[in-house]
Design a protein around this ligand. Structure first.
Ligand code: PMT
Length: 403
């Protein structure tokens, strides 16, 4: 009864995936939630209100101006009643109206009137999903705090293959439990996360570094915190705000980062090395700015400590997750790092892919781990780093056995 007494407004818009929402409704009820269903006119072409009325045990709402409903549960009451508004499936048409802030039917009006979180599980043809108009609408919705879950990739009812399938009801149920009603997967657990680049000084004004913005690591900190963890975020030089509720330690160099990580790890359950740590630092650091002409303009480098490998060697009781930023042979190199650095999970990140890797708001990750010696993998994205971060944290909790 993980959703006992939670009030879920399940909104169904027009699409063949509407049949999956009936199963979702059943699962919510089985988990102890109260469910009220709103259907758009498009949804009525795919499934009848009677199905949802029978499953939810409540009348189904379809009209904005319905005298009978206004006397009982009109749109404002419904908007106030809900702890969560979940639109599943969310059609391209409905998402466009939501992005435009329309208030021309019950569901769009209700979405404007509610103060509850709004989550949409899109479902549409893959070409419609890829269309620039849909992309723009998705950006607008996300920037307003509306969460988009999915779509998944695969065979579509229209015969095409690609991203556009609604997530399975069981996946949506898990995410509602974890992300909306905070099944605190990481409650009572301390998580140490590194993020951003390191800077290795050449002289007082110059350094060796890389393009990491810290966005991926900060998203992981936010996701871990949302799941109840105590989070220590060890950040290289980045210009991001600290996620609410996280403790931040700012560092510059790899050696400072290692010291901050070790000082925080004592009672930690999980370490995530997301930082792009400089592998090398200048052998000599000039104490004055180097002036032209430089006698010998050769920068001699020496190796930095490997923070991740140090953590797995010295703190074997801590579950460790690494990243592998690669520019070729992604899975091969990442699998080698998984084994060499002895981590429980490695997130392979092709940093040459479009809309991915360094400094992008989005990413695509292939998570690799071993189960009874066999290499396993799970692909996340392309998606916003915040969504990917949630995926990584949930997979980590599962692998670590924190269910
Ligand atoms: O910060 P963003 O702009 O959001 O970009 C995200 C990211 C691309 C930086 C991130 O997704 C990512 O891939 N981080 C890992 C970057 C990296 O240094 O990868 P690597 O393959 O060189 O290192 C492998 C692992 O060892 C990483 O977990 C790294 O943190 C760790 N490492 C590496 C070197 C070192 N001296 N110490 C380490 O701990």
């Amino acid at each position: 009864m993980g959703l006992k007494d939670k009030k879920i407004l399940l909104a169904v818009s027009g699409g063949i995936a509407a049949y999956k929402s009936a199963e979702l409704c059943r699962q919510f009820i089985r988990e102890g939630a109260s469910v009220r269903v709103v259907m758009t006119r498009g949804a009525l072409a795919f499934i009848t209100p009677m199905t949802f009325q029978a499953l939810s045990g409540n009348p189904v709402h379809t009209e904005l101006l319905d005298p009978a409903a206004e006397a009982a549960m009109g749109h404002i009451e419904l908007a106030r009643w809900a702890d969560l508004v979940l639109i599943a499936p969310a059609s391209a048409g409905f998402l466009a109206r939501l992005a435009a802030g329309m208030a021309d039917d019950l569901l769009s009006t209700l979405c404007l009137a509610t103060s509850a979180p709004v989550v949409a599980a899109p479902a549409m043809n893959q070409q419609m999903w890829a269309n620039a108009a849909t992309r723009d609408n998705m950006e607008r919705l996300q920037s307003r705090g509306i969460a988009l879950w999915g779509p998944a990739s695969g065979d579509q009812a229209c015969g095409e293959v690609g991203p556009g399938r609604m997530l399975e009801p069981s996946d949506i149920l898990d995410r509602v439990r974890d992300e909306c009603f905070g099944r605190p997967l990481l409650k009572g657990r301390k998580v140490v996360i590194t993020a951003g680049p390191t800077r290795e000084a050449i002289d007082p004004v110059r350094y060796v570094s890389n393009h990491s913005s810290g966005k991926m690591g900060f998203a992981l900190a936010e996701a871990a915190r949302a799941l109840g963890a105590e989070v220590v975020l060890v950040a290289g030089p980045v210009s991001l705000a600290t996620p609410a509720g996280c403790t931040r330690i700012d560092v510059e160099s790899a050696r400072e980062m290692l010291a901050a990580v070790e000082s925080s790890l004592g009672d930690a359950a999980l370490f995530i090395g997301c930082a792009a740590v400089a592998d090398f630092r200048p052998r000599e650091v000039a104490d004055q700015k180097l002036k032209k002409p430089v006698q010998n303009p050769v920068l001699e480098l020496e190796e930095n400590p490997d923070i991740l490998a140090t953590v797995t060697a010295r703190y074997p009781e801590v579950f460790s997750v690494g990243f592998a930023a690669e520019t070729g042979n992604l899975l091969e190199h990442a699998a080698a790092k998984l084994d060499k650095k002895k981590v429980g999970l490695i997130c392979a990140n092709d940093v040459t892919a479009a809309d991915s890797g360094f400094n992008s708001d989005k990413n695509t990750i292939v998570a690799l781990w071993r189960s009874s010696g066999e290499l396993r993998q799970s692909r996340f994205g392309p998606d916003h780093k915040k969504t990917i971060a949630g995926n990584i944290i949930r997979l980590t909790a599962e692998l670590a056995g924190w269910q």
